[in-house]
Design a protein around this ligand. Structure first.
Ligand code: FAD
Length: 380
């Protein structure tokens, strides 16, 4: 039941990526999880292999590939549970803002580095008092001649510690309407007044760094603004479809991995002389989960096709984001019950998978926000 039509170039890309990840990343995954950070040299190797920003135009060093390359990266990283290397955040969520809204000069300056892995990116929207409600953000941007002065702070920023370039959402001083006040600015590492806070200790996603960022009288060139002044909110809305699709594309392979691992475990683990998989209750549980995961994949792959065709599927991607991320949490929980006590040990990969997937219903727009979007569309 093939929905996505991968051609030979895609298949070659997947084979190369899988070989790269198996050699360079998988063997050290546990070490990086323990250290709580993903080394930048691997980002560079990913870039050298052509695995970052595959959609970026060849003019700036990219492949100019379609969204199927991003699907492949997401699936292959999930396959080895390497969610510290948030390549999809960099390639499919942050860099597209630069490609779509930066001036030609900024594209030439930053995109080749984003593709090569010399520049790791982050996007900073969330603040202690502004999560779902971005209009409530307090970080300010004040124009001063050719410069803009950023003041404020951000929290929960993925890649916050290792990022070389951060897209900062800030409110332009003097604009009353919060929806017209937000602009997006490109901020380079090393800019005076830009400081990183502590790396946050999370319950999961241990090799992915998440940090606080601080801006104090932080001056950046005015030309580092993306697009028109005050258009930040619109730009964020425009990119939501891909961002939420990326979440669903992380959730489905994660759920597949969890069900597949548990199925194999149940086949080879015996109680009272017979494999766990011979219990009817275990069989039915695995069958139900495999069915739901297949439904999720079918829906998400269909959305990938619509997205590639340029169709507006914001409502459907909101549905997919909440449904698949709830599904992966449910699957992880149920599989731990099927596995039993071994599932409580750190050496069981489902233990860390259970923690890693927990955040999926929270970030990139909470699942309640997703349902709110759909409810509005339904005229409720
Ligand atoms: C690991 C991790 C990585 C992250 N990475 C980034 C990043 O790179 N960049 C970034 O900017 N942010 C990032 N975030 C922040 C993330 O985007 C926010 O957590 C998310 O937007 C939700 O905001 P909040 O957690 O403050 O929840 P809140 O908005 O405070 O919501 C709290 C609760 O209220 C509910 N709620 C709020 N508003 C409504 C409403 N209108 N209707 C119904 N229910 C509502 C929510 O669903 C939730 O249950 C990250 C977070 C985590 C945990």
């Amino acid at each position: 039941m093939e929905i996505l039509n991968y051609n030979e170039d895609h298949r070659r890309f997947r084979r190369r990526l899988r070989a790269f990840l198996e050699k360079e990343v998988e063997p050290q995954g546990d070490q990086w999880r323990a250290e709580g950070i993903f080394p930048k040299r691997i980002w560079k190797k990913m870039g050298q292999g052509g695995f970052l920003c595959p959609a970026v135009s060849p003019e700036y060093g990219g492949l100019g590939g379609d969204f199927l390359y991003s699907v492949i990266v997401s699936e292959e990283l999930t396959r080895i549970r390497q969610n510290g290397l948030v390549a999809n955040l960099h390639s499919d969520i942050v860099v597209p803002y630069i490609e779509s809204y930066a001036t030609e000069a900024l594209k030439k300056k930053y995109l080749p580095g984003c593709v090569s892995g010399d520049i790791v990116t982050a996007i900073a929207m969330t603040e202690p008092d502004a999560g779902s409600d971005l209009a409530g953000m307090n970080t300010s941007a004040m124009e001063d001649g050719d410069e803009v002065i950023l003041d404020g702070s951000k929290i929960f920023i993925s890649n916050g510690i290792i990022a070389d370039l951060v897209i900062v959402a800030a409110k332009d001083a003097g604009v009353e309407d919060p929806y017209q006040a937000i602009s997006l600015y490109l901020l380079e590492d090393g800019t005076p007044g830009f400081k990183r806070g502590k790396k946050l200790e999370k319950m999961g996603l241990h090799s992915q760094d998440t940090a606080e960022l601080y801006f104090t009288d932080c001056r950046i060139p005015k030309k580092n603004r993306l697009g028109e002044k005050g258009a930040g909110f619109l730009m964020l809305m425009e990119k939501l479809q891909q961002e939420r699709l990326v979440c669903a594309l992380m959730a489905v392979p994660a759920a597949e991995y969890i069900v597949e691992w548990t199925t194999q475990y149940c086949k080879k683990t015996a109680i009272s002389g017979k494999p766990l998989s011979k219990n009817q209750a275990t069989q039915f549980a695995l069958v139900e989960m495999a069915t739901e995961v297949k439904l999720g994949r079918t829906f998400v792959e269909r959305l990938v096709l619509e997205h590639i065709a340029g169709n507006n599927v914001v409502i459907e991607t909101s549905m997919a984001k909440y449904w698949t991320t709830d599904l992966v949490k449910k699957v992880a929980d149920r599989c731990l019950d099927l596995i039993g006590d071994y599932g409580m040990l750190e050496e069981c990969p489902i233990a860390s998978a259970f923690r890693d997937v927990r955040v999926m219903s929270i970030f990139a727009g909470t699942n309640e926000i997703m349902k709110g979007i759909v409810a509005k569309f339904m005229g409720l």
